[in-house]
Design a protein around this ligand. Sequence first.
Ligand code: NG6
Ligand code: CA
Length: 519
Amino acid sequence: MRKITEFFTLLLLLTIIISCGSDEKNPKEDKSIEKPNVVFIYLDDLGYGDVSAYGGDVLHTPNIDALASGGLRFTNGYASSATCTPSRYALLTGVYPWRNKDAKILPGTAPLIIDTKQMTVPRMLQSKGYHTGIVGKWHLGLGTGHVNWNERVSPGPNEVGFDHSYILAATQDRVPTVYLENGVVEGLDPNDPIEINYKNNFGDQPTGKNNPELLSMKWHHGHNATIVNGVPRIGFMKGGEKAKWIDVDMADHFLVRAQNYVKEHKDEPFFLYYAMQQPHVPRTPHPRFAGKSGLGPRGDVIVEADWCIGEFMKTLREEGLLENTLIVLSSDNGPVLNDGYYDDAVEKNGKHKPAGPLRGGKYSLFEAGTRVPFITYWEGTIEPGVSDALVCQMDLLPSLAVLIDAAPSSEVLDGQNLLSAFLGKNEIGRGELVIEATGRTALRQGDWLLIPPYNGAAVNKQVNIELGNSRAPQLYNLTKDISQIDNLAESMSDKVNTMMQEFENIRGEITPAEPLKLE
Ligand code: NG6
Ligand code: CA
């Protein structure tokens, strides 16, 4: 017994000595060095060429450009995927989305696809004393099966690491068209409960399909179910009248909440994931931005988003936080003009190039699907410049782990620690990256991109985007041929074979994907 007591006393002493020692090495109060705030500004469907800092001269994005010129602008920055859900999954978990069969475009009724035990960016930051918040688009599923929108919906963002969440559940074009704060629908009248169904209508409620006379925006493909604010959506919704969002106010609505989050948490280390809804469909600029871009509503909502970013930055500046905040700006996938509504995006696009010099767009395995604007900004710490390092949003989790000295323990982690590249200390990025588009994958290795044979359609006619499918392999040298014009696969068959072998080692056997279905 005495021996046991002695052992525990010794253990206690050791613990005290060790913790005192580490306190000396890591003075916790010096938060400017140890715990910078972290902000992700994440846009939805913003293309490589939609930002003027990336070379466009038709559409102007002065506030994003200010981040680019005062920070680090990546020319080889990637989302993991060419659609939303998988990219968001990779951003938050550091894991390739193709490892999770559920990481594909989700309906508003889908269950949460992040395991509540999985490591995520906010959970890792929480473990180091950060307050964590999300404002904006979620689209990673909610609940475990049937969601009752009239009770607290869980699990969701709060259960995977966010202390505070203020979200739209799926997308702006999907029901339910309400905001949820910490899992609870905001402004819900209990006498007017919400019901959601993605297959069947509720009685003879008006729909986009049957009641074109009620529409302020016409649908082109999909988007012909329940009508909210004159806009037909994907999925059927009943009830919740008072809780429904007003589309044209959404940008201001999220901005105010993002600003308030910063003001409320400025005295502690915080992480904010500001997930903006623009320029995803339906494009509904506030009237003060309508017509401002000359490119129709798609351009207008980009101008609106850029303004919001400027206002948000003003708040960080006014609160004196800019020297202590790492900001990462990016987009979840590449651009699309016609994504299912007649909204003049095609007609008024003029000379603007949403994808810049890149081929393809949203849904595509060609570069424009996944290569996106990618900027890191941290006043006084990141020297302004341009980086050609190959980086992916999935790398942020392990990189932030090093920044704040956290253990990113997760059984699988595909992201790499590229902190030095993100801070501009070197230009050493990843050696390789698997990109994903609607279930198909391709391998980037150094300068090279290999797209294995896929037998789906070459072009999706509805959105008018080249998908990257070909029955023959494709090999491009992206450094010499950023626009993917010369397929070198035939003349470099040895290279194709070696890359294919390496690809299969990472990915397992590559099976031909199903043709793309958008609904
Ligand atoms: C597609 C929708 C498209 C958009 C996309 C998700 C149709 C025909 N198309 O299925 O409009 O909502 O899903 O976009 O319904 S994402 O950026 O969230 O991945
Ligand atoms: Ca998207």
